[in-house]
Design a protein. Sequence first.
Length: 292
Amino acid sequence: MDGREQGHHDNGRGALWMLASGFAYSIAMALVKLLGDDYSAATQNFVRQGVGLIALAPFILRQPRSAFMLRRPMLMILRCAATSLSIILAFNSFHLLGLAEANALSFTRTLFLVPLAALLLGERLDRQRLFATLVGFAGVLIIIAPGSAHSLIGWAAAQGLLAALLVSWSVISVKQMARDHSDLALLTWSTLLGLIFTAPLAWSSWRMPTAEDALLLAAMGILGVATQACYIRGMTLGEASLMGPLDYVRILFITALGYMLFSEWPQPGTYVGSALIIGTAIYITVHGRRRV
């Protein structure tokens, strides 16, 4: 039995899983940027989901009933469709923007959770959380820097924000479905439906990868499964209010990879905006925990 079934949390182990998820995610996004000139986001996601399904196959064959258990089919379909679209949008954002900037915009998913939880779950939106959310979005404006010589206003940043919004809804749905679905079922359906949803777009922009690129795309697929598996496991083992902030550690991984692989160094506004987004996101998480 896991921590969810026992009714208690193992925050130590959960933290390690969350850090592993952030590291795997950072490497995968670096590969997205590296391959983005030659392969569309849809193609990358299709290969990622296909390789992910192959990687999951031994676990699916070992526990087929658990893997394909489905208690809320419509919610699962909607979640997987939203997740597939969010991945494509996020991939485009990481390819077109600097790694640190795209990563900072992805953190806004915690900010989007506040209004979504109020609308979808009926949670009370108090003044403290509303103010913190607005401060966090002010951080987004600082990163985008409208009117400056380094302004990021455009479709690339918009895709990053829309991806974060879709991920926020997906997080809410995961917490709902985790009550009556195993980790394996969530991963299996997410990968299988993601492959189906992405196939038409991938077909329209398909190009045969070289042997070297095929290995990199395969690595991206394995890292994608690892990211999801580690994240789900971390959130399952630990308290969500404590595990969530650990995800922000990946800003260190992302910034280091951007500098080492692409000679990218974030603008000062990226640091300030990221600090506002992360700080307010942590406050929102901790404030919500105190109210429980």
